[in-house]
Design a protein around this ligand. Sequence first.
Ligand code: NAD
Length: 289
Amino acid sequence: MALLLQGATVRNGATERLKKRIEDLTAKPHLVIIQIGDRDDSAAYIAAKKRFGDKIGARVTHVKFAQDVLQEEIIKKILEYNGDTSVHGIIVQVPLPEHLNKDGVIDAIDPTKDVDGLTAVNLKRLWENKPGAVVPATTRGIAELLRFYNIPVEGKRVVVLGRSSLVGKPTALYFTHRNATVTVCHSHTLNLLEETKKADIIIVATGKPGLITRDHVLPHQTVIDVGINTVQGKLEEEIEGKKIVGDVDFLGVEKIVSAITPVPGGVGVMTVLSLFENLLDAYETQHAI
Ligand code: NAD
């Protein structure tokens, strides 16, 4: 039976620490979340961020634009928040509607307020492993989860499945800087089984439910399931009325590996925590100037 890497346990412990850190500040850290359109999944993620922000005493402002909003209108709003000293972090919930230029929107955010770490300036800092680089929340959450459960990274073989700009690439890059030997697999990887079996830690971020089965894993491995997939009808767990699963066939894999994250309650929970850690770091940087 694998050790369950429970994001919820880590987060419960961190909540009091963050609360205390915020109580000691002169102003409330303030996060602005910009949402464009009406996607149900985005609304659920934003609600989770807002709930956690409220819990720790941060201020969270949710700004909504219509699906057909013009790029200039969003950028105008972002520039307003860039200049507002009461705002410490700004995120734009992705994915964006197709008519918008994602890079143009994201790069309008002041890099010191970019708590998702997705602006070109921050990605370059991460690329170069510069001090002060903002580690995107999901990647930071995975790293924190491994640290909490004392799972070493240095010198280990980490196999990342997925090469998206949001999760796969920054995660692969981050663990390279942490002195792991990293392999990136993607939809064109031949013989995935062979690649996953080389790993000490497998990080799966593909959006393909059930992709990783008992055939892909070995007993010494740690499996981090980043996937959040809504599926109807055949699932054991339920969250906010939606049934969600990861990218790993949990019941098959947990019988074999040494440690595994559940979905829900694993990486997703850590991502929200790490977003607010990034917000507090941004607050401190802005107040140190
Ligand atoms: P994406 O669709 O942008 O990227 C998916 C990646 O998976 C691609 O690089 C693709 O090459 C790779 N892929 C697809 N099929 C594959 C296969 N058969 N073998 C190997 N690689 C394959 O998705 P994303 O934004 O990176 O998100 C991935 C998953 O993680 C989704 O389920 C998403 O909902 C979830 N997610 C979770 C969190 C969290 O906090 N837990 C945060 C962001 C995304």
